[in-house]
Design a protein around this ligand. Structure first.
Ligand code: SF4
Length: 699
């Protein structure tokens, strides 16, 4: 018997932990945290530690099918190529869309983006990362001139104040939470503030919890800016040397008094001023923000309101001081690097500069280069419903469960001429609507790279034989591209070939924005790629070993190299709750991942929470005549959801909370996101998952 330890990366959250996979005779026997991985240094959370219980061939898609008939790969590839070519001929390239995922590897993302934007000729490729961090991307670009995460995980440990805002780190990013918790134990003077309408598990280590009124975060941060200015805590030298827009910011925030802020945020004055004073006097402050900020109809503004406070105090680019967006998925960052969002071009370039479009087109030897942004996720599915998109290719994601108003996705796919679903699991609700189904490989079977929230690129390595006829995502995309006549551009032999091209493209001169540049990796041999250790981008001649932080020198990626302070007018959520409605908040639970197609397979993970629930405050439960464990229905104009009540003081009286994970495969009582209206941020296109007025009834 041969035993091997394969170094790979966890496929779940954006922490991106290194995993040592113990493999015997093509079986995954056990997993442990990689001691030499900078993200986790040997630890794994319960999801990562259960990975060996979730692999296996049960519930896998094994063969390509067309209209539910098993076909050969040649037949499926030819059929898709022919159908897509026909759509282009009859309706133009904009009638085709691709919807991908932060679960796929950077190499898969790269070829998908290249095929759509350089050869099919449309930027209608978007990703489920749109639902996760698209608002943070726009906030970064507005402030820094680039989508750059300025910090690294060690900053959380070096900080004297860590603010978790819209982030239940304890459950959504458990290893980071463990690192934070250990740092606080080692340095008890470190303060932690949680800003969240819910009292989450992250509050266990908090010195202060601000359970603000849902959706009022931007008021809180504008109020903080005003407090810092009024009490003389701003860094005038830093602002004068490194920031634009201070006068406009001053005008915007100067009218908001502390009592205005407390009133609108529904918080006590004393608690608000305590937070403000801690922020004001603590040089080493990290603000971690996540989906509670991003998933909003004004998520971009909220991100900028946070960044403004760091910029005016110079709390950025220093050890233990930065605004820090934490991504949800394992490769949300990798998708941003290749340009896998509809409003991106490639390698952190956008469609705003025609020279960039030409250069990328030349680099790819593109035959039909997209010239403008494509449709973002919600708009894309609306275009499918309207019949404007005739063919949609869905890869490694389950929009029937994850998109807002998910019932409308069912209707859209039902009437679409061609739905291609490329996935792993038979438990994907979206699969039922596929005209063509393509079996893909998954974690443990595929090989490539992912990038975590602190910009560390890590290898996922293969060690299991794929079941049936499953193929790698990049191979499937390239085979279809070649069948469409784009042979040369998609003739990669390995994922290493793709990665080298991706690294080469990152060095292309463009509008002066070179934050993402990994050109040093473009000359890697196959062996060096196989052995590649985790490394933080950029990786180029200036930073051959990567870079922990950006903006240490106060130089940004804007045209004048100064950061932009963005004066924002805070907005309340798009739909306020009426007097008899409650505010629905949705989110992750500790031991499940997304739509449970992997984590739902192990009883260990189901043991924590095995059924969906509705968290409701005791006073509200009393008012609605709801008892513990009794059935409750939640209704919006778009759908209905039924689950048993959990009565808890951890939610506000005006709110209810439900987990986002359960699909039709795991529960017959409705899906959380079907209740959410498809309202999105006008700048980022990110939906407002955190604030849906609902009618609650006891059943
Ligand atoms: Fe995986 Fe995230 Fe847990 Fe790390 S913290 S083991 S990446 S789920």
């Amino acid at each position: 018997m041969t035993t091997q330890i394969i170094k790979t990366t966890c496929p779940y959250c954006g922490v991106g932990c290194g995993v040592d996979a113990k493999v015997e005779n093509n079986q995954l026997i056990a997993v442990s945290g990689s001691k030499d991985h900078p993200a986790n240094k040997g630890s794994l959370c319960v999801k990562g530690a259960s990975l060996h219980e979730t692999v296996g061939y049960q519930d896998r898609i094994l063969h390509p099918t067309i209209k539910n008939e098993r076909v050969s790969w040649d037949r499926a590839t030819h059929y898709i190529a022919e159908q897509l070519s026909q759509v282009i001929e009859q309706h133009g390239p904009e009638a085709i869309a691709m919807y991908v995922s932060g679960q796929i590897l950077t190499e898969d993302y790269y070829v998908a983006n290249k095929l759509m934007k350089g050869f099919i000729g449309t930027a209608n490729i978007d990703t489920n990362s749109r639902l996760c961090m698209a608002s943070a991307v726009v906030a970064h670009k507005r402030a820094f001139g680039s989508d750059t995460v300025p910090a690294c995980y060690e900053d959380i440990e070096h900080a004297d104040l860590v603010v978790l805002t819209g982030s239940n780190l304890a459950w959504a990013h458990p290893i980071l939470y463990q690192r934070l918790s250990a740092a606080k134990q080692a340095r008890p003077h470190m303060k932690i503030v949680v800003i969240d309408p819910r009292q989450t598990a992250s509050c266990d280590i908090a010195d202060l919890h601000l359970a603000l009124r849902p959706g009022t975060d931007a008021y809180l941060y504008n109020g903080l800016a005003q407090y810092l200015i009024e009490h003389g805590y701003i860094d005038h030298n830093y602002i004068n040397s490194h920031c634009n827009g201070y006068e406009d910011l001053l005008k915007q925030v100067s009218h908001q008094t502390l009592s205005d802020t407390s009133h609108i945020c529904d918080l006590e004055d004393d608690l608000v001023s305590m937070f403000y004073q801690w922020f004001a006097e603590t040089e080493r402050t990290v603000t971690l923000f996540s989906q509670g900020i991003n998933q909003s109809s004004s998520g971009v503004d909220k991100g900028n309101a946070i960044i403004n406070c760091h910029l005016i105090t110079g709390k950025i680019g220093k050890v233990g001081a930065a605004p820090f967006s934490i991504t949800g998925q394992p490769n949300a960052m990798g998708g941003r690097e290749v340009g896998g969002l509809a409003n991106q071009l490639a390698a952190h370039m956008t469609f705003s500069n025609p020279q960039d479009i030409d250069q990328v087109g030349q680099f790819w030897h593109a035959t039909s280069m997209a010239q403008q942004e494509g449709l973002k996720a919600v708009d894309m599915f609306e275009a499918v419903a309207q019949g404007k998109i005739k063919a949609i290719w869905i890869i490694a994601t389950n929009p029937l469960v994850s998109m807002p108003d998910s019932e409308s996705i069912r209707e859209a796919l039902t009437q679409c001429d061609l739905v291609i679903v490329q996935d792993v699991s038979l438990s994907s609700d979206t699969l039922k609507y596929a005209d063509v189904c393509l079996p893909a490989t998954t974690w443990g079977e595929k090989s490539g790279t992912v990038t975590n929230s602190e910009r560390t690129i890590s290898r996922q390595r293969s060690f299991l034989t794929p079941p049936g006829e499953a193929r790698h995502d990049w191979q499937i995309i390239c085979d279809i591209a070649k069948e469409m006549g784009f042979n040369e551009a998609f003739s990669y032999k390995t994922s290493a070939d793709i990665f080298r091209e991706h690294a080469q493209l990152s060095a292309l001169r463009n509008s002066g924005n070179r934050d993402f540049d990994i050109s040093e990796l473009s000359l890697m041999s196959d062996q060096a790629y196989d052995n590649m250790p985790p490394i933080q981008w950029p990786i180029n001649s200036a930073y051959p070993k990567g870079r922990a932080r950006f903006f240490e020198d106060g130089v940004f990626f804007t045209a004048d190299r100064k950061a932009n302070l963005i004066p924002i007018q805070p907005k309340l959520p798009a739909y306020p709750a009426t007097h008899n409605e409650l505010i629905l908040n949705t989110g992750r639970i500790r031991d499940q991942w997304h739509t449970m197609t992997r984590t739902g397979k192990t009883s260990r993970l189901l043991a924590h929470t095995s059924v969906p629930f509705v968290e409701i405050h005791p006073a509200t439960a009393n008012a609605f005549n709801i008892q513990e464990n009794s059935w409750v229905s939640l209704q919006t104009p778009v759908s209905k959801y039924i689950a048993k009540a959990t009565i808890t003081r951890s939610v506000r009286q005006d709110s209810v909370f439900i987990p986002m994970h359960w699909s039709d495969f795991f529960s017959s009582h409705g899906k959380a996101n079907s209740l959410v209206r498809p309202i999105r941020d006008a700048l980022s296109g990110q939906p407002e998952f955190k604030h849906s007025p609902v009618e609650a009834k006891s059943l």
